[in-house]
Design a protein around this ligand. Sequence first.
Ligand code: 2OP
Length: 231
Amino acid sequence: MNDAAANARPAVLAFDVYGTLVDPLRVWTRLQEYAPDRALKISELWRQKQLEYSFRLTVMEQYQEFEWVTARALEYALAATDTALGATQVAAVLAQYDDLEPFPDVVPGLQALSGLGLQMVVFSNGSPRMLNAVLASSGLTGYFAEVVSVHDVREFKPSPRVYRHLLSRVGRSGREVLLVSSNPFDVIGSQAAGVPAAWVNRSGGQFDPIAAPPRRVVRSLGKLAEYLTGR
Ligand code: 2OP
C-alpha cells in the first residue's frame, strides 16, 4: 500500500471486542470467589484455550459458536488446574463473559473517536448474543453503528473470509477501513486480508514475528484519536 493510501483517514473503524474494548481476563475476579489461589492462572489458560480452539475449528473447516468454544475452554482450564466447580458456579463464571469491564481508556477514547465523523462498528468472534450482552453491560452499545459477528460466515479470525465479510457488511474497500485490535493475530490476519489495522498495545507487549509490525501502534484509544485527528 503506498504511503498516501496508508496515511489517508479511514471511513470506517472496526473494533475488536475481547481484549480490545473489554478485558476478558477480568473473569478472574469471579473465579477468585471459587478458587482464590489459582484464579488468574485459570483465566489466562481459559483465554489461551478459547482462542486456540477457535483457530483449530477454523483450520478443520468446522464451526461452533464462540459461546460453545468459551465453555469448552473453561472446562479445559478448570480440569488442567484440578479445580472442581459445581454447575451453578461454572454457569456464574461463564455469565461473567457477558459482563466484562471496559479498559480505562475505552470510554474516553470512543468519545474522542466519535467526534471524528467516522463510522464505528464492532467486529468480533463473539456470537451476536454475546456481543449485544457485553456491549450493553459495559455501556458501549451507543458508540457503534453496527455489530459484525464472524458468526455470519461460520469461521473465526484470522480467516480471510471474516475480514472480507466485514468489508461486505460495511460496503467499503479494504483501504477505507481500519481494524482496531489489541490481538496481534487479528492485526496480522486483517492486514493479510487487505484491511489495514492499528494495534492497541496497552501492555507494551511483544508483536508476533510472523509478519511485519503494523504501521499504526498506539497505547490507547485516546492515542488513536490523536493519530487520526492529524490525518
Ligand atoms: C474478538 O474477536 C479476538 O476475541 C477477539 O473479539
